[in-house]
Design a protein around this ligand. Sequence first.
Ligand SMILES: [Zn+2]
Length: 136
Amino acid sequence: MGFERFGSKSFTSQAKVAEFVDYLDKGELAYTKCRTCSQAYFPPRADCANCLGNDMEWIAFKGNGKIVTFTHTMYAPTGFEADAPYTIVVVELDGLKVLGRMNKEVPVDTLSVGMSVKVEIVKLPDGQVTYEFLPA
Ligand SMILES: [Zn+2]
């Protein structure tokens, strides 16, 4: 339990990485890293695809990232219709590629590849919690 609180629309309540939501509640975006082989994962994984171990540690991202690519979504998938339009970005952060949304107040024509961005944790009015990116 607990994972149902992630995102504006959640499709699952059970996850081995529900601790992800605890980090968001603390104001942090976190990833997992395998203690055996050092492989890091975002989205976080509870089991390592590299060495098949499950001794994972949680690490909060620090500092700013850079936009790798982005796309502006005019038509959203089921469950997210009311959110459109919005911009999805892939950000390189602490060596990992992190998929997320750009803050809706940031016009898409002001974005560029390589632009510096920072993580913002967002607590939604209905108690859900998520994250997005803002220009750094
Ligand atoms: Zn591993």
